[in-house]
Design a protein. Structure first.
Length: 68
């Protein structure tokens, strides 16, 4: 069970990770044209961060809010 404030923080973290990871992934794809090593590194980091956000969505679905 989790408090409403901790669920709200988790919700914000989830979307920050998903959107930040996808933005980094797309940035890496565009950088890969000029610097392949840096670009694919950014793609890898972005993919891992976005995947972590997706895993946290699953974790959030398993949590229940504390009764009032």
């Amino acid at each position: 069970m989790a408090s409403p404030s901790s669920l709200q923080r988790l919700h914000r973290l989830i979307w920050l990770l998903i959107y930040g990871g996808l933005l980094t992934l797309v940035l890496g794809l565009s950088v890969a044209r000029s610097d392949a090593e840096l670009g694919w590194g950014l793609v890898g980091v972005g993919a891992v961060v976005a995947a972590l956000g997706v895993v946290l969505v699953w974790v959030r679905s398993r949590l229940r809010e504390d009764p009032p």
